[in-house]
Design a protein around this ligand. Sequence first.
Ligand SMILES: [Mg+2]
Length: 219
Amino acid sequence: MTGDAGSVRRALNVADLEAWVRRSAELIAEHADELTDLDAAIGDADHGANMKRGLSAAAATVEAGSFTGADALLKKVGMTLVSTVGGASGPLYGTFFLRTGGALSGRDSIDAEVLADALEAGIGGIAARGRATAGEKTMLDAWSPALEALRSHPGDLAAGVAAAAQAAARGRDATEPMVATKGRASYLGQRSAGHIDPGAASTALLLAALDDVVAGRTV
Ligand SMILES: [Mg+2]
């Protein structure tokens, strides 16, 4: 299946989700050093390398596979991330894609509402797995505003996803002054303030990748 490069999407199909995974791998690879630098400040300096390895493996799986459904594709991505991304973020991102895929069972045309419902399921998986909520300096601080922005554009996938990508970037930046209360950064207490959360930064890249696909900026 080939993507429909150059045109704005009204709904996403399986080929578009494949393009999302490929574009995510590209953006994560381009920004891997930045992610590692962020993790060096408040974690263990492996987030860039971990995410680059995981998304690269997921992109390779997508290339090699032949997926007839969005659910099968995203579940495979989730399982690949669980088995290739180390640290806390592997299970969190893995759970996100498994849950998002599960919510897309039987869907081959994903409009703004279907996407929002699926992302909400995935984000709920992150919250449950990490026992976290927004405001704790985690990837949820990028995911939560992104979902809210997507929901604010019902019936307009392109506007919704563009708004979601922008909201995720703002959410990422808003983690800088926060004191972490979840994850490894929470061990630092007050000293975790003054640094952007690396998980929120990688989440913003995944949403930027989705925006590139929806806007027709990928092949
Ligand atoms: Mg780490």
